[in-house]
Design a protein around this ligand. Sequence first.
Ligand code: SF4
Length: 325
Amino acid sequence: MKIMLKVENLKKHFPVRKGILRTSRGNVYAVDGVSLSVDRGETLGIVGESGCGKTTLGRTILNLYKPSSGSVSFEGNVISSMTPKELHPYRRNLQMIFQDPFDSLNPRHTVGYILEEPFIIHGLGNKHERTESVINLLNIVGLQRDSLERFPHEFSGGQRQRIGIARAIALNPKMIVCDEPVSALDVSIQSQILNLLMDLQNNLKLTYIFISHDLTVVRHVSDRVAVMYLGRIVETAGADEIYRAPIHPYTKALISAIPEPVPAISDKRIILKGNVPSPVNPPAGCYFHPRCPAARDICREEYPELKNYGKGDTEHLASCHFAEG
Ligand code: SF4
């Protein structure tokens, strides 16, 4: 099966509660109708500004948040409607690497226990076998054996992310959602962690969803890229294609702001007006119209569907009334 993960019209809305009675006053439309698929062995980059819903999307895909509607299928099985018990055997195949490794590692546990815990939860191996597996994991991610007895606060940010990665690969997963895995790290450390992730993908045949606000990083690691804006995907294409020939005005603006711009559009920096609107009250019509330099009347009334503008067999999806392939 080529497609490993399929997401169909996925929505995650959080109620906004106010007042002493905590009455519902609308919703935060964090993820608002996302459809995508991820092929076995590929990296799908998901990019967008802070607050666009990409982290919520990653967590909803992994069922860490229950979807409001829509579905997520993994290897043909609909996991989004499963109970925790039904989901348990799938958990080892679907893992996550978090943005801030310090927050995701229990400070009261040694690294040895943090890495042994997934084996204990899934009832795998005896104590000796688990310890051997943990030492092997440390070796794979480039940490010393003496890390076993140490605590997370004794490590640098880059080393802590290596621990987070070791935990994510402990159970030999098939897919990992990497949520801003290098954005909390110094630039000098970022490339080491990115190289580690790419080596692991090759060696362990991993499939990644790679979430980041950094287009340069996403381009470096991704086979395909999906651009998110206010809870929806506005453009998806192969990584080279989307950076060479973006279609959606939002994607064009993001790419024009890359510090080392793509030569073809390097002299056309597009400055967007204002900030991302509140996901509590998205604009009517195209969500991007209040900031779009190309907006016209229809943009304020109708949301543009995602359509394919790719040539031949190439898929290049964009949602804009005035898109041209
Ligand atoms: Fe801009 Fe209109 Fe296209 Fe939306 S539909 S991106 S507002 S031109």
